[in-house]
Design a protein. Structure first.
Length: 357
C-alpha cells in the first residue's frame, strides 16, 4: 500500500522566485498520476520535492499517513527514474540493477533473485552481462526502470523518462511503462511535457501552468471538459481552435461567420447575451457538410484522416481534422459544421458551463 498526499505545497527559492503555488493532490494506492505542462511550469520541481531532492518551502507531504515533509530522500522509500538514465558505464547491466541493493549489503542470493525477476519483467535477461554502451536508448531506459524495481519502493517517480528517445522508441517504451504499472500495481508519479504521454498513461492528469495546478482529472475529463482555455489548448493535438465571437439573437457571430446554437447551448450562454466570449472547437469536432465555409490554405493527408488548414470568415485561422483521405487544394472552399463546441469567458478564461435544465 502506498498513498501519497501533497497538501498546500509551495516552492520558493532563495531569490524569492516562487516555482510552485499551493499544490494539492491525493494519490491513491496503485494510481498512475501524470504531471503535465510546458517547460518551467513547476512539474519537475514538484516531483523533486516529493523525492526529497528539493526542500518544501511550505505545506506538508504524507506517505501512507506519515508526515515525510522533512525526511531525507534515502528514507522516503521512493525510486526515481531520470531522463538521462544515470547508469554506470563501467558496470554491467546486472551490476547496475543490483547496485542499490549491494550498497545495503543485502544477501547476494536475494539480490540475484530480484535482479533476474526485474530483468524478466523488462525483457532484459539476455542483456545482463553487457555494458550500457552496448544497449539502445530504449534498453538503457528499461535498465533504469529495472534498477528501481529491484528496490521494491512504495512510490515510483519518473522525470520525463522518454524525452531522449525517438518517436518509435517513445511509443514502445510508453507501452512498457503501462505494462509495468499493471504488473506491479504500483503507485507512480510521472512528469512529462508531452500531452500524448499524459493521455495514454495516466489514471489521472495534473495539468500545470506557471506553478499553478489548472485541472486535475481523468484524461477524458481534461480532453472533454477542460476547466479553462489553457487546459483546452494544451490537451489535444492538433490544438483546439479559438475564436472571439459575440452571442446575440441565439447565435454566435464572429468575423465573417455565424454559428447556429442548440437550445441547450443557448441556455448555457444565457448570461452572456450581447457579450463577447471565446469559442473553442477541436479540429476533430469539425465535419464536412454544413453552413460554415473554410477557405483552404493547405491539406495534409494522414491516412485515415486529413488535416485541412485554412481561414474561416475574415482571417480566422482554423484547422479541421476530417475523416478519410481528402484532396482539397489551396483556394478550395469546404463546407463544414461543428459537432461539439466549448465556450470560455473572455476575462477569466474559465469554461462557461451551466447545469442542464
Amino acid at each position: 500500500m502506498a498513498e501519497l498526499s501533497l497538501q498546500h505545497i509551495d516552492k520558493i527559492y532563495d531569490n524569492n522566485v516562487q516555482a510552485v503555488f499551493d499544490f494539492n493532490l491525493d494519490v491513491k494506492d496503485g494510481e498512475l498520476i501524470v504531471l503535465v505542462g510546458p517547460s518551467g511550469c513547476g512539474k519537475s520541481t514538484t516531483l523533486r520535492m516529493v523525492a526529497g531532492l528539493e526542500d518544501i518551502s511550505r505545506g506538508k507531504l504524507f506517505l501512507d499517513g506519515k508526515d515525510i515533509t522533512q525526511a531525507p530522500a534515502k528514507d522516503r522509500d521512493m525510486a526515481m527514474v531520470f531522463q538521462n538514465y544515470a547508469l554506470y558505464g563501467h558496470m554491467t547491466i546486472y551490476e547496475n540493477m543490483a547496485f542499490s541493493l549491494t550498497l545495503r549489503n543485502e544477501n547476494p542470493n536475494v539480490i540475484h533473485k530480484k535482479v533476474l525477476a526485474a530483468a524478466e519483467i523488462l525483457d532484459l535477461t539476455a542483456q545482463l552481462n553487457k555494458k550500457p554502451s552496448q544497449l539502445s536508448g530504449g534498453q538503457r531506459q528499461r535498465v533504469a526502470m529495472g534498477r528501481s524495481i529491484v528496490r521494491n519502493p512504495k512510490v515510483f517517480l519518473f522525470d520525463e523518462p522518454l524525452s531522449n528517445l525517438d518517436a518509435k522508441l517513445r511509443s514502445a517504451t510508453r507501452r512498457e511503462i503501462l505494462l509495468l504499472h499493471k504488473r506491479l500495481d504500483a503507485t507512480m508519479l510521472y512528469v512529462t511535457h508531452d500531452q500524448t504521454e499524459a493521455l495514454t498513461l495516466a489514471n489521472r492528469i495534473v495539468c500545470m501552468s506557471m506553478g499553478h495546478v489548472q485541472q486535475v482529472g481523468t484524461p477524458l475529463e481534461l480532453y472533454d471538459t477542460p476547466n479553462n482555455k489553457f487546459v483546452a489548448s494544451f490537451i489535444g493535438l492538433p490544438p483546439m481552435n479559438m475564436f472571439d465571437v459575440q452571442f446575440r439573437d441565439g447565435a454566435l457571430h464572429g468575423k465573417g461567420f455565424e454559428v447556429a446554437l442548440s437550445d441547450e447551448q443557448k441556455y448555457t450562454l444565457a448570461d452572456y447575451n450581447g457579450k463577447t466570449i471565446t469559442l473553442g472547437v477541436r479540429p476533430e469536432d469539425i465535419a464536412e457538410e454544413g453552413d460554415i465555409s473554410i477557405h483552404v490554405a493547405t491539406n495534409e493527408n494522414l491516412g485515415m484522416n486529413t488535416l485541412v488548414h485554412g481561414d474561416m470568415g475574415e482571417g480566422n485561422r482554423i484547422t479541421a481534422k476530417l475523416r478519410g483521405w481528402a484532396n482539397y487544394r489551396r483556394g478550395d472552399n469546404v463546407k463544414v459544421h461543428f459537432t461539439k463546441m466549448h465556450f470560455f469567458d473572455r476575462e477569466t478564461e474559465n469554461a462557461i458551463r451551466k447545469e442542464a435544465k
